[in-house]
Structure formats: structure tokens, C-alpha cells
Design a protein around this ligand. Structure first.
Ligand SMILES: C[S@@+](CC[C@H](N)C(=O)[O-])C[C@H]1O[C@@H](n2cnc3c(N)ncnc32)[C@H](O)[C@@H]1O
Length: 222
């Protein structure tokens, strides 16, 4: 597996800090409005939730505050992300966080025991996404939700301009990282994601773009 850090030339600590700093933009009011309308109706009062590639653990912290009786799990392959999540304070349910490579390891949960699996900006880096999707489908209860939010293909010019404008990097660094990351971030079209979800046995209940760079899918086992 080629990591984002290796491609971008960032250290794990720099990657972690970027994920922490941009969390509020990525999971803002529009995200929670969408969650409330399209995901929450599928969940019981005591949901079991997994965040795959959970990064700094901030989404799980906020889910734990919304669902204080939830059982939460977060898995990530980067030790600095898990360490950050483990020292967060929260007034809600506390997640179990563990180092775990979702691309190569099965999920620890038994079949049909999870109400929600979330995955944000992770599946595009996994070499064999169908294996991961099959594993997600295995652990979901009937009527459970897979919330996929991931990069979509865009023209090179658009991608490079967005990076330069949003990352605050100088032109040289922006171009160097941009050319390395373009084939990784811009790998799948929305239609490719639809096809992958259908192929893995999911029905898409809702689909939207909260940002022009990402597509969000609310999917349930077919
Ligand atoms: C762009 S970050 C997104 C983090 C988090 N989902 C968020 O949106 O704040 C991608 C995360 O996926 C993790 N990741 C990448 N490949 C992974 C894998 N095979 N298994 C588990 N985590 C992985 C990275 O370590 C990183 O924390």
C-alpha cells in the first residue's frame, strides 16, 4: 500500500495536523444536516458504529456526543492518528481505537452486528476496494448504513488550482505534491463509486456532493 504521506512527502505529524485543522470544514453544518436527514433515521438509540480510516478520531468524538449510548470503534493504519484520538476528551461515548489496515485485515466484528460504517477519504487509497466493501457488508446488520465520502475525478487543471488555493502551499510545493497525488485522489468517478457499491451488494439510498472534490453515498446492504 502506498501511503498518502509517502506520496505527498509529508510526515505523519504534518498529515495529522492537517486532518485536525481541516476537520471543521470537512464535517461542518452541511455534513451534520445531511447526516441527520439521511443517516440518523436508520440508526437505533444504541448504535454500533465503526469509522474506517478514522484519522484523528474527531468524527467518532462527535458521534459519541450525539449517541452517548453508542459502541464506537475507529481503525487507522497511522499510529499518530490513533494516538491523537486516544487522548481526546469527550462528554459522550468513548471509542475503542486500534491500529488496523483495512486493506489487508478483516474487521474484528462478527457478521451482522454493526449499524453504521463510515469511511471518509480512505477507500481510494486501498488497492482492492471490493474486498473492503465485502467486509463492510458482512458486518452490517440488515438495514445498516455504509456512509462513503470520497474523492472524485476532476481535470488536472482544476485539481492543481484547488490544491494551490486551499492548502496555502507555495507554487513549487503545490505542484510537486499535486502531480504525485492527482492519480490517487482523482482515481474514481462518481459512476465508478456507484458501480463498486452495486458490485459489492449495496443499494444507494442517497448521494450528494457537499464539496466539489468529494461525493457522498448513503448505502445499505441490498
Ligand atoms: C485523508 S485521511 C482521513 C481521515 C478521516 N477519515 C477524516 O476524514 O478526518 C485518510 C486516513 O486513512 C488512513 N488510512 C489509509 N489507508 C488505510 C488503511 N489501509 N487502513 C486503515 N487506515 C488507512 C490514513 O492513515 C488517514 O488517517
Amino acid at each position: 500500500m502506498v501511503t498518502h504521506q509517502a506520496l505527498s512527502g509529508s510526515t505523519d505529524e504534518e498529515f495529522l495536523q492537517r486532518m485536525v485543522q481541516t476537520y471543521g470544514e470537512r464535517f461542518g453544518e452541511d455534513f451534520w444536516a445531511c447526516f441527520t436527514e439521511h443517516v440518523a433515521p436508520f440508526l437505533p438509540a444504541r448504535p454500533v458504529i465503526i469509522d474506517l480510516g478514522c484519522g484523528p478520531g474527531l468524527l467518532l468524538r462527535d458521534l459519541g456526543e450525539r449517541y452517548p449510548q453508542a459502541t464506537l470503534y475507529g481503525y487507522d493504519v497511522t499510529p499518530a492518528m490513533i494516538a491523537h484520538g486516544q487522548q481526546l476528551t469527550s462528554t459522550g461515548a468513548r471509542p475503542t481505537l486500534a491500529l488496523h489496515d483495512v486493506g489487508t485485515q478483516p474487521l474484528p466484528q462478527a457478521a451482522g452486528t454493526v449499524h453504521l460504517v463510515t469511511m471518509t477519504s480512505v477507500l481510494h487509497v486501498v488497492d482492492e476496494p471490493l474486498r473492503v466493501l465485502t467486509e463492510i457488508r458482512r458486518v452490517l446488520v440488515p438495514g445498516g448504513v455504509f456512509l462513503l465520502h470520497d474523492w472524485i475525478r476532476m481535470p488536472l487543471k482544476t485539481y492543481l488550482e484547488r490544491r494551490r488555493d486551499s492548502m496555502g502551499e507555495d507554487e513549487t510545493a503545490s505542484l510537486r505534491r499535486g502531480f504525485r497525488l492527482f492519480p490517487v485522489h482523482c482515481k474514481y468517478t462518481p459512476e465508478d463509486w456507484q458501480w463498486l457499491l452495486a458490485r459489492a451488494g449495496f443499494t444507494i439510498q442517497y448521494q450528494t456532493q457537499l464539496r466539489p472534490t468529494h461525493e457522498m453515498f448513503v448505502a445499505t446492504p441490498a
